[in-house]
Design a protein around this ligand. Structure first.
Ligand SMILES: NC(=O)C1=CN([C@@H]2O[C@H](COP(=O)(O)OP(=O)(O)OC[C@H]3O[C@@H](n4cnc5c(N)ncnc54)[C@H](O)[C@@H]3O)[C@@H](O)[C@H]2O)C=CC1
Ligand SMILES: CC/C=C\C[C@H](O)[C@H](O)/C=C/C=C/C=C\C=C\C(=O)C/C=C\CCC(=O)O
Length: 224
């Protein structure tokens, strides 16, 4: 979103001064665009410390595109970030956050493929975080799962162009929204800052909900 991206950069310029930020428009599914965006960032700032794979869509009609944006590009973004951060590549470490959703815990008939991608993001992130630890990459990799957040994405709930035949389940989805409430984006930013700053976190699954705020999912140890 070029307009919002430039507006965001202008706000950062006003707060922190010119030259501290850049906006690069990039379709994460498009050829080498994502690779180029990483390279241009490193060329401008000298190194990469933090990467957040956040782009996401909710399109059950073009569900292959949803897999490309929400899962394939998160994997691609993680691997590209590792090329610029991992000790494996002679770099100095860093941190990566992949954005999943509480949809990975509460499945809805309204968005089956979106839900599958968000499960995938958790599985991939936990496994690559283990690889980072055992392979001494020096990179912490965590996953963030917000519940409903007041952003344009949430307003596609009744949109047949996005939901396809599953739009008929919109009332089920809206009942969930009423039950669980809608978060403000500032709390998601707070969760992201915690994942960035807390050096003890790797492979963590952070959940953010109205009832419990910022907290972590715990997994039962697997017994034989
Ligand atoms: N809003 C919500 O209720 C929740 C959102 N999420 C996740 O949070 C993340 C951010 O979503 P929101 O800010 O809510 O939605 P949004 O629709 O406001 O923002 C999504 C952003 O992704 C960008 N994007 C979409 N396709 C892209 C592509 N191919 N290449 C590059 N950028 C692309 C859009 O331009 C937009 O800036 C997504 O991964 C979403 O699945 C997770 C849980 C709840
Ligand atoms: C058309 C809608 C588009 C996008 C919205 C996304 O689907 C979004 O990613 C979906 C979010 C779904 C959230 C669902 C559940 C929320 C649950 C709770 O808040 C439950 C409260 C506490 C549980 C605490 C815990 O289990 O740890």
């Amino acid at each position: 979103n070029e307009i919002l991206g430039e507006q965001c950069k202008a706000q950062l310029d006003a707060e922190f001064g010119e030259g501290k930020s850049t906006f690069i428009q990039c379709d994460v599914t498009h050829g080498d665009a994502l690779r180029d965006a990483f390279q241009r960032t490193v060329d401008q700032f000298g190194q990469l410390d933090i990467a957040i794979n956040n782009a996401g869509i909710n399109n059950e009609k073009n569900w292959e595109k949803t897999i490309q944006v929400n899962l394939t590009s998160v994997i691609k973004g993680t691997y590209l970030a590792l090329e610029h951060m991992s000790k494996e590549y002679g770099k100095i470490g860093g941190t990566i956050i992949n954005v999943s959703s509480m949809a990975a815990f509460l499945h809805s008939p309204h968005q089956p493929v979106y839900t599958a991608t968000k499960h995938g993001v958790i599985g991939f992130t936990r496994a690559i975080a283990d690889a980072s630890l055992q392979g001494d990459y020096g990179v912490r990799i965590n996953v963030l799962c917000p519940a409903f957040v007041d952003t344009p994405l949430l307003h596609t709930v009744e949109d047949e162009d996005n939901m396809g035949k599953f739009v008929k389940f919109k009332d089920d989805f809206k009942r969930s929204m009423n039950k669980f409430g809608v978060l403000q984006p500032s709390l998601i930013a707070e969760g992201m800052m915690r994942l960035i700053m807390d050096n003890s976190l790797n492979g963590a699954v952070m959940k953010i909900t109205c009832s419990k705020g910022i907290h972590f999912h715990t997994y039962e140890p697997m017994s034989a």
